[in-house]
Ligand binder design. Structure first.
Ligand SMILES: Nc1ncnc2c1ncn2[C@@H]1O[C@H](COP(=O)(O)OP(=O)(O)OP(=O)(O)O)[C@@H](O)[C@H]1O
Ligand SMILES: [Mg+2]
Length: 224
């Protein structure tokens, strides 16, 4: 049976995608065997926890490592070029599809933002489309500039035939006058719902919040 696949993407880098994905997996795994994957990652160095390892550590279903763990701390397409590696989206999609048959739920984090290039001719959004997920979640920081970044990303995703199921706002380390108000403004200015506004806290703490439980229920409904 083909199980639920949630793609976690965002408006940019270092905005809390992995942090959110960890919380999502911790919450979801109460009712399913869930695996978190980061099939393309750059800036992977020995001794430091990669996103792939962070997601693996909270998963309740485990698979053999696969994908592209690139060393250079740059855009995946550049890191791959530097390492003479060809990123094959079809290979990733095939493996994710196999895992989807086995696990109870799959969470895939894409690297950088939704329009970050992963090859010379494709961006994350193209991979998101061929993965045929049940839901694509857009993580964004609850700070000044987010309205532009979310509106632009949602519209561009739609033009690329990828529909965003929901937005997750993450509290930034330092708030600004817009923090706490962006969810309301996004509900006026986009058609996509803000599914959760998450405070600072560990993934385990965030996974316990009613907002996260509701989000997981909303994802289950969207998949039905
Ligand atoms: N709500 C939060 N509470 C506490 N810390 C957070 C929160 N959101 C993010 N962080 C921390 O901020 C840092 C950046 O977040 P994270 O690694 O999840 O970003 P990312 O979008 O996955 O980055 P990348 O583009 O490198 O994959 C991490 O140290 C993370 O633990
Ligand atoms: Mg990450």
């Amino acid at each position: 049976m083909r199980r639920r696949l949630v793609v976690v993407t965002g408006t940019g880098t270092s905005i809390g995608k992995t942090h959110f994905a960890e919380a999502l997996i911790l919450g979801w795994r109460r009712t399913a065997r869930v695996v978190g994957l980061k099939p393309i990652e750059s800036g992977v160095v020995a001794g430091a926890d990669s996103d792939g390892e962070r997601l693996r550590a909270v998963s309740s279903f485990h698979v053999k490592r696969f994908g592209y763990a690139l060393t250079a701390p740059m855009s995946p397409h550049l890191a791959a070029r530097q390492e003479n590696i060809e990123i094959r989206m079809d290979a990733i999609a095939r493996r994710v599809e196999e895992i989807r048959q086995e696990a109870g739920g799959v969470v895939v984090e894409l690297p950088g933002g939704l329009f970050t290039p992963i090859t010379d001719s494709a961006c994350n959004v193209d991979l998101a489309r061929i993965l045929t997920p049940d839901s694509v979640l857009l993580v964004a920081p609850d700070r000044l500039g987010v309205l532009h970044d979310v509106i632009a990303t949602v519209r561009a995703a739609s033009a690329a035939s990828v529909s965003i199921a929901g937005i997750v706002l993450m509290a930034p380390e330092q708030g600004d006058p817009s923090t706490g108000h962006n969810a309301d403004e996004l509900s006026r200015t986009t058609d996509v719902s803000v599914l959760a506004v998450l405070p600072r806290g560990s993934p385990a703490q965030l996974s316990q919040l009613p907002a996260m439980t509701q989000l997981i229920e909303a994802l289950a409904k969207q998949a039905d």
